[in-house]
Write a new protein. Structure first.
Length: 469
């Protein structure tokens, strides 16, 4: 095993998704507290940058404006902005005339790949295996495995760092009743994260069921609908939510994705935060209104010559259990919450648009467990500056990216807060303010402000008017 003993980093990032890529871009060229530049290194087990490749369906767009790139909302003069990417690709004028505020997902992915291909200090094909605290050196030890193109171990290594940034992202979530089906290959039961890789196989199935009422489920259903012949669509779309609801996208509603709300949420008591997060599902789990309109328009178009499309859209339904029928079909046992009724559905393929869950940190940070401070539910305590609360003997910091929804609220996975959070981390890390933070970001005041009580002004006695002759 090789180890960089003489040159500890100031920051090592684990995972290179959009959030740690944002951190790497804003850290690039920053001065160190002493001499030279901030020394950083970022590791990811994938061999190149990949952002939800299975959902880069033609025509799908981000739910945030292009200004929510990796750096603009912290530093619009950065060389790593989306607009600078367009300039380098000689596409700035076409983008100007396109008048697009929400760019396509494939374009955002291409932009991130452009940044990742030019930033130094990014180590793809490196799997981080363990992290420990070395009290003798006052440094974190990071063990990793360098992987070859087949994903096999090629070399072992160790590096040292004063601080860590965890950006390991989320993993596709499959409900318990459907896990055995997804593991068996005979009938296509796939998560939407793998949709494009299995699209032709799904399209070849006689009847397809989509489960999940969020944006991914809507986009997959729309793509399947557009690809099936009129009158022979053979599609079913099921959801647990009471309706196929639009995402909260009002201007004041969007202020829940501001630094102001993040600070307000963090200051709330833990039980209140835990109650709020599931209640705010429509802020981030609903469907973009444009997609809902496109689905209805496509369904309506198919009624123009009489008849209804062979498509069933049913909300309020949960899958109790599931099984295979003769190894060629899937049988779903359904329950409707409001009716209190049950039924069965036989289908030839299932797409699970059932969301994502934060990857657990317990395995990666097992060597640091004695130093971690946790809340009443066993989750890491994370302070306002996105740092894990550690034993005072640990002089370094562990910053968390997209793993702190329980402490920072619904804006945690939102791309619009990426640059702000990265800037806040770097301000803390450097002990300076290379990226000045706005003092106010929302018109809404979340919570009652503490105001000083002032004494009422003294009463002024008014004298009667005296008319002068």
């Amino acid at each position: 095993m090789t180890a960089q003993l003489d040159a500890p980093h100031d920051l090592v990032g684990i995972g290179i998704g959009p959030f740690n890529l944002s951190l790497a871009a804003l850290a690039h060229g920053l001065p160190h507290q002493g001499a030279g530049e901030l020394a950083t290194a970022f590791y990811d087990q994938c061999h190149d940058f990949r952002w939800h490749p299975g959902l880069l369906i033609d025509g799908t767009t981000l739910q945030v404006p292009f200004l929510a790139d990796l750096v603009t909302l912290a530093d619009p003069t950065s060389p790593w902005t989306f607009l600078n990417y367009l300039k380098h690709r000689e596409r700035l004028f076409p983008f100007y005339f396109a008048e697009q505020f929400h760019i396509q997902r494939a374009e955002y992915d291409a932009y991130c790949r452009w940044v990742a291909g030019r930033l130094p200090g990014l180590h793809f094909g490196h799997q981080v295996d363990a992290v420990r605290w070395n009290p003798e050196r006052d440094l974190f030890e990071v063990d990793y495995t360098q992987l070859d193109t087949d994903g096999e171990a090629e070399a072992l290594g160790r590096t040292y760092t004063r601080n860590l940034a965890l950006g390991i992202g989320t993993a596709p979530y499959i409900p318990e009743p459907l896990r055995p089906l997804a593991a068996a290959p005979t009938v296509p039961v796939i998560h939407s994260a793998d949709y494009l890789d299995n699209r032709l196989r799904i399209l070849g199935a006689d009847h397809v069921t989509v489960i999940g009422s969020g944006q991914s489920g809507a986009e997959v259903f729309l793509d399947l609908l557009r690809s099936r012949p009129a009158g022979r669509e053979r599609l079913t779309w099921l959801a647990r939510t009471p309706s196929f609801a639009p995402m909260e996208y009002s201007k004041l509603g969007l202020e829940h994705f501001t630094p102001d709300y993040t600070r307000y949420f963090h200051a709330l008591p833990e039980p209140v935060r835990d109650q709020l997060v599931p209640a705010q599902w429509q802020l981030h789990k609903g469907i973009d209104a444009t997609t809902i309109t496109a689905i209805h328009d496509e369904l309506y178009r198919r009624t123009l010559h009489g008849g209804w499309p062979d498509a069933v859209l049913t909300p309020g339904v949960s899958v109790r259990t599931a099984g295979r029928v003769a190894n060629t079909k899937v049988e779903l046992h359904l329950e409707h919450a409001q009716q209190g009724t049950r039924s069965r559905l036989t289908t030839d393929a299932v797409v699970l648009a059932t969301g994502y869950k934060e990857r657990p940190l317990t395995g990666l940070l097992a060597g640091l467990d004695p130093y971690l401070r946790k809340d009443s539910s066993g989750r890491p305590r994370i302070d306002e500056r996105h740092r894990m609360t550690l034993d005072p003997s640990v002089t370094g910091s562990i910053f968390v990216q997209n793993g702190e929804r329980h402490t920072h609220g619904v804006g945690t996975p939102d791309l619009g807060l990426a640059a702000w959070r990265s800037a806040a981390i770097l301000n803390t890390l450097t002990g300076k303010e290379p990226y000045p933070q706005p003092t106010r970001t929302a018109f809404t005041t979340f919570g009652l402000e503490q105001r000083e009580h002032t004494r009422p002004a003294p009463t002024v006695e008014l004298l009667p008017l005296v008319e002068h002759p």
